[in-house]
Design a protein around this ligand. Structure first.
Ligand code: COA
Length: 329
């Protein structure tokens, strides 16, 4: 018996209104617009308002995804939210989103995996559709990175921004929608990108707080190398599973972390630049949300045709890698 497919039937994205430019950051740390653009490709990013939290961003993106899918919120069976910046340590942001949507009878949980979270959540949600356990799964990635940014560390504070994306997954014909995915993690490199304190290993103390250990720490150099080395491998696995060649890819949407990582990937994967979706100049690295925000923007501005092959590639904390190929329905 052929297993039914799982496709993205609706897509939405939301970024907060407040813009933080490179010039604004020059007032906070010793940096320059030129350094940031040359080393990262980022020109500005968005920052959530004081009274906003991750679930608020998730809600806005979800409303657009539901509208795009043309379904009421009540039709959702399961809500998965990918985030490393939840409203509170627990309960899950997905539960808070469920309350905002007023959905009854839907399961909820969060998936905490940093920048790979969106691809992992899409793969996870698709399993529920393909197995017949769910008819409609809402997959959201929402991040408020500026809440965990160390504003005294110029090597990280210039990189991150806030935003959310959402997708409604529905059943489709076999051979359509999600064709394949692959995941890999190098847990021995987990310390390279982390919030060092505040968990069960190192509970927070006033000294740790004063030392910004409640904030994001990253060895950018090492993360850069792991990403550039790991992307061709994870993409190769995904393409092989889907039975596709690189020429078959119509659109490549990568996690929007650094233009130099994208440049390196585009050279190694032999995917033409015009097939890559790039919008990190406007939003910076919004972690799990970046890929979906870029995909949504491309869909709104240029459209995606049925049958198009979309390659998604993400990497980040863990150190984790994930890639997926969709045949658009
Ligand atoms: N403005 C000005 N100078 C800066 C700076 C900033 N914002 N940040 C760092 N520098 C300085 C450093 O202090 C260093 O100075 P020094 O040589 O006097 O010590 C110099 O620039 C070079 O630092 P380096 O860390 O080697 O820069 P880089 O070219 O590796 O760029 C990153 C730093 C963070 C931009 C880069 O490593 C990177 O993008 N890594 C990947 C990070 C990423 O994408 N993470 C998310 C994965 S999900």
């Amino acid at each position: 018996m052929e297993i039914r497919g799982a496709c993205i039937a609706g897509l939405g994205a939301y970024v907060p209104q407040r813009v933080l430019t490179n010039q604004d950051l020059c007032d906070i740390v010793d940096t320059s617009d030129q350094w940031i653009v040359e080393h990262t490709g980022i020109r500005e990013r968005r920052m959530l308002a004081e009274d906003q939290a991750t679930s608020d961003l998730a809600y806005e993106a979800t409303l657009l995804a539901l509208e795009d899918a043309d379904i009421p919120a009540d039709d959702i069976d399961l809500i998965i939210v990918a985030s490393v910046t939840p409203d509170v340590p627990f309960p899950a942001t997905a539960s808070l989103l469920q309350a905002k949507l007023g959905v009854r009878g839907a399961g909820t949980y969060d998936l905490m995996s940093g920048c790979t979270g969106w691809v992992q959540a899409l793969a996870t949600g698709s399993q529920f559709i393909q197995s017949g356990s769910c008819e409609r799964v809402l997959v959201v990635a929402a991040e408020a990175l500026t809440r965990v940014t160390n504003w005294t560390d110029r090597s990280t504070c210039v990189l991150f921004g806030d935003g959310a994306c959402a997708a409604v997954l529905e059943p489709c014909d076999p051979g359509q929608g999600l064709l394949s995915f692959a995941m890999d993690t190098q847990g021995d490199a987990a310390h390279l990108l982390t919030i060092p304190a505040g968990g069960s290993r190192t509970p927070m103390t006033p000294e740790l707080l004063a030392d910004h250990k409640d904030r994001l720490h990253m060895d950018g150099h090492e993360v850069f190398k792991l990403a550039v080395r790991g992307i061709p491998e994870i993409v190769g696995q995904t393409m092989e599973k889907a039975g596709l060649e690189f020429d078959d890819v119509d659109l490549c949407v990568m996690h929007q972390a650094n233009i130099r990582i994208m440049d390196a990937a585009h050279r190694r994967l032999d995917i033409p630049y015009e097939k890559m979706v790039i919008n990190l100049d406007k939003y910076g690295n919004t972690s799990a949300a970046s890929l979906g925000i870029a995909l949504h923007e491309h869909k709104c501005e240029k459209g995606i045709a049925p049958g198009d092959h979309i390659l998604m590639v993400a990497f980040g904390a863990g150190f984790s890698l994930a890639a997926a190929v969709f045949r658009w329905v």
